[in-house]
Write a protein that binds this ligand. Structure first.
Ligand code: KG4
Ligand code: ZN
Length: 349
C-alpha cells in the first residue's frame, strides 16, 4: 500500500499537478489555464496546448512542492493522464512523469482521463467530503468538452457505458452556442453567467431523442436550431434577449441530461448518482440536479467546481487506487488519443 501520489494532467488545455493520498484527500493542487492563448483561434489549437504545457508544468511542480506539507521524499508514485486526449499534450505530461519516476525511483501509472472524472466526486479536502464511497454501485453522468456519457459503475475499473452522445458533447454544444452569441472561447461558463435570471421558456429549442427509451443523447439538432434562430435575429435583438437565449438553450441541455439520467435510474434501480466533468460546474444543472434528486429520493454527488473541470487530483486518486490493487506501468507506457478497449464495457461505448 502506498500513501502519497504525485499526479499530472495535461490531456487538453489545462495544466494541473496535485498530491493526493490513498483516501482521495488532496494535499495540494495547482493548475494553469490556457484560455487566453486559445481565445484568438476560437478553439483549442493542439500545438499551442502542448507548448504551453511544456512552459507551465515544471514551475507548477515547484509551486506545488513549496505549498504542500507533503515532501517529495514521501511521494511513492507518479500518476499521469495517458488517454484519451490530445497526443502532443499527453506526451508532455507523460515524459515529465516518467522522468520523475525514473530519477526519483517512484512507481509510475498511466490513467484514463474519464476514469479520473468518474472518481472526482470522491476526492476530499479541508472543505469538501463526499457523502458516499466510490465502491458502492452508482451511476455517473460524465459531461465535458469532449465526452458525454452515462456509466453504470460497479466498483473501481468496472465501468459500463449505458449511453453516450451520438454527436457533439454537452460542453462542445455550450462552447459553440457561446461562440454564436459572440462570447469568445470557451463559451460554456459565459453562457452559464449570462443565463442567470433569464426566461428558460422564452425560446423553444429542440430536445432531440429525449423521449427515446435509451440513454443515447444528441446535441447537434439543438446547435443547428440555435444557429438558425440567431441568424434570423438582428444584433441588437440578440443583445437585448441574451439572458433569455442563454437560459432557454441551457434549459434544453439540462432537460436532456436529466431525462436520460432519470431513465437510467428507473432501469437500473440504482439510487446513488454522480454528475461530473466540466459541464457539471453549470449553475442551472447543479440546481435542477439537486431538486431532481430530492424529489426522487436519490443521493446525488456533484464535485465542487475545482474538481469538475480538468484537474490532476482526480488522476492522482484513480492512479493510487490502481497501484494499491497491484497495477503499475513501466517506461513503455505511452499516450493514446482514445480509451483502451478494456477501459469500458457496454453497448453505448
Ligand atoms: O472536463 P473539462 O474541463 O475538459 C474536458 O475534459 O473536455 O470540460 C470542459 C467543458 C468546456 O466545454 C466548458 O465550456 C464546459 O466544460 N464548462 C461549462 C461550465 N464550466 C465549464 N459548461 C457550462 N457551464 C459551466 N459553468
Ligand atoms: Zn476532462
Amino acid at each position: 500500500m502506498i500513501s502519497f501520489c504525485l499526479a499530472i494532467e495535461t490531456s487538453c488545455d489545462d495544466t494541473s499537478i496535485a498530491i493526493v493520498d490513498h483516501r482521495g484527500f488532496v494535499h495540494g493542487m495547482v493548475s494553469a489555464h490556457q484560455d487566453l492563448k486559445h481565445a484568438p483561434f476560437g478553439g483549442i489549437v493542439p500545438e499551442v496546448a502542448g507548448r504551453n504545457h511544456l512552459a507551465n508544468l515544471l514551475p507548477l511542480l515547484d509551486t506545488l512542492l513549496q505549498k504542500s506539507s507533503v515532501k517529495l521524499e514521501q511521494i511513492e508514485a507518479v500518476a499521469v493522464t495517458n488517454r484519451p486526449g490530445l497526443v502532443g499534450s499527453l506526451i508532455v505530461g507523460i515524459v515529465t512523469a516518467k522522468t520523475l519516476a525514473q530519477t526519483l525511483n517512484k512507481k509510475l501509472i498511466g490513467v484514463n482521463h474519464l476514469e479520473g472524472h468518474i472518481l472526482a466526486p470522491f476526492l476530499s479536502d479541508e472543505t469538501y467530503a463526499p457523502s458516499f464511497n466510490y465502491s458502492e454501485p452508482f451511476l455517473a453522468l460524465a459531461i465535458s468538452g469532449g465526452h458525454t456519457s452515462i456509466y453504470q459503475v460497479a466498483g473501481l475499473g468496472d465501468y459500463e457505458v449505458l449511453g453516450s452522445t451520438l454527436d457533439d458533447a454537452a460542453g462542445e454544444a455550450f462552447d459553440k452556442f457561446g461562440k454564436m452569441m459572440g462570447f469568445g472561447f470557451p463559451g460554456g461558463v459565459k453562457v452559464d453567467q449570462v443565463s442567470l435570471g433569464g426566461d428558460v421558456k422564452k425560446y423553444d429549442f429542440p430536445r432531440s431523442m429525449i423521449r427515446e427509451d435509451n440513454y443515447m443523447m444528441s446535441f447537434s439538432g439543438l446547435k443547428a436550431s440555435a444557429q438558425r434562430l440567431i441568424e434570423s435575429m438582428a444584433p441588437e435583438e440578440i443583445r437585448k434577449n441574451e439572458r433569455d437565449l442563454c437560459a432557454s438553450f441551457q434549459e434544453a441541455i439540462v432537460d436532456i441530461l436529466l431525462a436520460k439520467l432519470q431513465r437510467a435510474v428507473e432501469h437500473t434501480g440504482i439510487s446513488k448518482i454522480v454528475i461530473t466533468g466540466g459541464v457539471s460546474a453549470n449553475t442551472r444543472l447543479r440546481e435542477r440536479g439537486a431538486a431532481w434528486a430530492k424529489v426522487n429520493s436519490l443521493e446525488l454527488l456533484i464535485p465542487p467546481l475545482r474538481y469538475c473541470t480538468d484537474n490532476a487530483a482526480m488522476i492522482g486518486y484513480a492512479g493510487i487506487l490502481r497501484i494499491n490493487r497491484g497495477e503499475i506501468d513501466d517506461l513503455t507506457m505511452g499516450p493514446s488519443p482514445n480509451s483502451y478497449v478494456k477501459d469500458f464495457k457496454g453497448r453505448g461505448r
